[in-house]
Design a protein around this ligand. Structure first.
Ligand code: 9MR
Length: 572
């Protein structure tokens, strides 16, 4: 299970698209330019050139040079790039490079489903498991969960949804943003006229063949859960969403979902969770309508109720301290969630009340809706901008132009940061925090949308180049996606895919993205093994390093978005 780099020539270990950028990074102490040589599977020299010295690269802590072989476009297997006596791992050049990653990264969500057995016929014997959290012993179950503390004396059925990550918690803010990305990937593909690849019977989900696009079937599993998290009429905080549901205490590793014996607890509603539900449900109402109008109506009604409830309770914050047995997902600034929810509700309904909420929001004109650190579960203003920039609406021409140019300006920032770094990463040197790989993929989403808005090919190239980083062209020479590349992460923190702890359990399934380098070293393994690491090297493929090596729905969602985008052929 060794997952260390084998060569100083760092490439996308899966390969490159014939019409895409093709760059590699070489770790070398040489100060002068070197010769790179590209050989095909028969060992024939097919291209060569000179590397560009980049000197000391701060994020990786390495001295590097860059080889650019983008002009070589021949399709073929097992190419090898050689620089100064070091050779890369073999990689492919082909147009269908990302077809399997598209389905594997999206299948992650099915594997993470709660409240349903994962069927061997769909996933193979080693990934099959019994349903968790339906109240079947030893589970206490999610079907009748008492609410905790504040003004609450009833139980709620909050079965279903996706487990957040390696734990068995389900968190509305993170579930909402992840669902949004999954549904947005479909909506974007549909705008491009390329949604068939995400359509019915394209994924290994139980609902395949029901006439609904499989990506939407998958999202619906979580949307149903998110709507179950809404406080019923007649109760205190009616219309708000409970912030989260998880175990009373952290369970040990490993623990299969059906073996979790901890009591489950609903944590009191929060404004952030409520607005997250409003945004995801409003998007549902728009995107699901052509396939299931009744479901779209249900989503819209939930979204409206959530919006109204959030307006009535605009400052019910989830505290950072609430982290026993589950993550906190605390957030005390929710103006961005208000903006995002209003944008979704406006894009779906066109109603003036939502437009008023948009134009009176500080995020309507804020210059920093897109931060250098990307969007995330606590920073959602960018999502509002992406919606307003791409879904037809009746904002004024001036407002729309400003929204759209904020997307391209953000993408320009990512491109220039990539150009300044040896490994072409869109995040700044101090941006390697918990889940940095998700941040990289989120930045790629912004670049891809900028490409859609402008037709400028540089943005597509930037989005594709982030896949190079995730798949091996990085400080560790490691692919962070299980099953992809020569050396890849396979011991991510997870209570079922815990092969490192129990050989009878599987590794994570192919298409699972590790959280990635986190320079804050927030777990004991990282603290012991990674002391002194350069930011982009603060990663270890160890199951106990939850702060560098967990999986999570909000990281796999942008990977799936990006894989679907990269898998699209540019010519129709
Ligand atoms: O992704 C979350 C990250 O932004 C936080 O810094 C971190 C600590 O609070 O929590 C991360 O989310 C975890 C959540 O709290 C519990 N489930 C696993 C998530 C991924 O590690």
């Amino acid at each position: 299970t060794a997952t260390t780099a084998t060569t100083a020539v760092r490439v996308n270990q899966v390969g490159y698209l014939p019409d895409g950028p093709k760059r590699a990074t070489v770790v070398t102490t040489a100060a002068q330019s070197l010769t790179w040589q590209l050989r095909n599977a028969s060992g024939t020299l097919v291209a060569s050139g000179a590397t560009v010295p980049r000197g000391a690269d701060t994020p990786s802590g390495q001295s590097v040079q860059v080889a650019d072989f983008s002009s070589y476009q021949q399709v073929g297997p097992s190419h090898v790039l050689t620089v100064d006596g070091s050779s890369s791992v073999p990689f492919e050049i082909r147009a269908d490079l990302y077809d399997s990653l598209r389905s594997d990264s999206m299948a992650f969500f099915h594997h993470q489903r709660s409240g349903i057995a994962i069927d061997a016929a769909l996933v193979g014997p080693s990934y099959a498991r019994r349903a968790g959290h339906l109240g079947i012993a030893p589970n206490k179950g999610d079907t009748s969960v008492p609410c905790q503390a504040t003004a609450c004396d009833y139980t709620q059925d909050v079965r279903g949804g996706w487990y957040d990550a390696g734990d068995h918690g389900k968190y509305v803010v993170n579930g909402g943003i992840s669902t949004w990305l999954v549904v947005n990937s479909f909506e974007r593909a549909k705008r491009a006229g390329k949604d068939a690849a995400l359509g019915d019977s394209t994924l290994r989900v139980p609902e395949r063949g029901n006439g609904m696009p499989d990506v939407l079937d998958e999202a619906r599993w979580e949307l149903d859960f998110l709507m179950r998290m809404q406080v019923p009429e007649g109760k205190p905080y009616a219309g708000m969403a409970f912030h989260k549901i998880h175990d009373a205490a952290w369970t040990g590793m490993p623990t299969l979902p059906d073996q979790d014996a901890q009591p489950r607890e609903l944590h009191r509603p929060s404004t952030a969770a409520t607005l997250n539900l409003a945004a995801a449900a409003a998007q549902c109402a728009r995107v699901f309508r052509p396939y299931d109008a009744a479901y779209a109506d249900r989503c819209l009604s939930a979204a409206r109720r959530a919006w109204t409830a959030a307006q009535a309770n605009p400052a019910l914050y989830a505290p950072d301290s609430d982290s026993t047995g589950g993550g906190a997902y605390g957030d005390t600034r929710v103006t961005d969630e208000f903006y995002w929810a209003a944008a979704e509700l406006y894009a779906t309904t066109g109603e003036s009340a939502y437009r008023d909420a948009i134009v009176s929001s500080p995020w309507h004109t804020a210059a920093d809706a897109f931060s250098p650190y990307g969007f995330g579960w606590a920073d959602t203003a960018a999502l509002g901008r992406l919606v307003l920039a791409t879904v037809p609406n009746r904002l004024t021409a001036t407002d729309l132009a400003r929204v759209r140019s904020s997307v391209t300006a953000a993408a320009d920032g990512y491109l220039s940061r990539m150009a300044a770094q040896g490994y072409a990463v869109p995040v700044p040197a101090d941006g390697y925090f918990w889940g940095s790989n998700g941040e990289v993929a989120n930045d790629a989403v912004v670049m891809a949308v900028a490409g859609e808005l402008t037709g400028d090919a540089r943005y597509r190239a930037g989005a594709l180049e982030t896949l190079d980083y995730l798949l091996g062209r990085n400080a560790l020479g490691l692919s962070y996606v299980t099953g992809y590349g020569e050396t890849f992460s396979r011991n991510q923190h997870h209570r079922f895919w815990a092969h490192q702890l129990d050989a009878s359990l599987p590794h994570p399934p192919a298409g699972s993205l590790a959280g990635g380098p986190n320079s804050a070293l927030q777990d004991p393994v990282a603290q012991e093994k990674l002391a002194g690491c350069a930011p982009a090297a603060c990663y270890i493929d160890h199951i106990d390093s939850y702060s560098t090596n967990e999986v999570a729905v909000n990281w796999n969602a942008p990977l799936a978005w990006l894989a679907a985008y990269a898998a699209e052929r540019t010519s129709t």
